[in-house]
Design a protein around this ligand. Structure first.
Ligand SMILES: [Cu+2]
Length: 155
């Protein structure tokens, strides 16, 4: 197992030298957005689809951004019919599969925002992985109104 990871790392660094960041090809980020902050709060969540085009697993271990010093990987869990959030140390995206970060599922929780996040602006988030280079994504900020309208359909 350790040997295998070591091998992957060498291959990755070789590819970085000759082409674009390797994870940009292996891991595709789509449908990403960040929720606009609710007035009076300083937290938000980021959602996206992570698609792993490689044969080996890619492990998300965290994220950073200029807008906050504290971003955590979270998941929503149902306990005794109550929805609560739980922090995860990592999120594994198996080779050839995809994981969705979405409302009431996995998300990146953004804490201690210095400034409110305003709809139609962008947030740059750097995703950090166990394997390979960090990957920068620019996500649009969507207003909460649109979100609650969408989630209404499920009720
Ligand atoms: Cu959360």
């Amino acid at each position: 197992m350790i040997k295998l990871i070591y091998k992957t790392l060498i291959v990755s660094s070789l590819m970085v030298a000759t082409t674009l960041p390797v994870l940009a090809q292996q891991l595709m980020v789509s449908e990403g957005y960040v929720r606009a902050t609710i007035p009076g709060t300083n937290v938000s969540s980021a959602y996206m689809t992570l698609k792993n085009n490689s044969n080996s697993a890619v492990t998300l271990i965290g994220a950073t951004s200029d807008v906050s010093k504290r971003i955590e990987i979270h998941e929503h869990v149902m306990t005794d019919s109550m929805m609560s959030m739980r922090q995860r140390q990592q999120l594994v995206i198996d080779g050839g599969s995809q994981v969705q970060l979405q409302p009431y599922g996995y998300h990146l929780m953004i804490f201690n925002l210095d400034q409110p996040l305003v709809a139609s602006e962008n947030v740059t988030i750097t995703l950090q992985f166990l394997q390979g280079e960090p990957q920068k994504v620019v996500l649009p900020i969507h207003s909460i109104k649109k979100l609650s309208k969408d989630s209404h359909k499920h009720h």
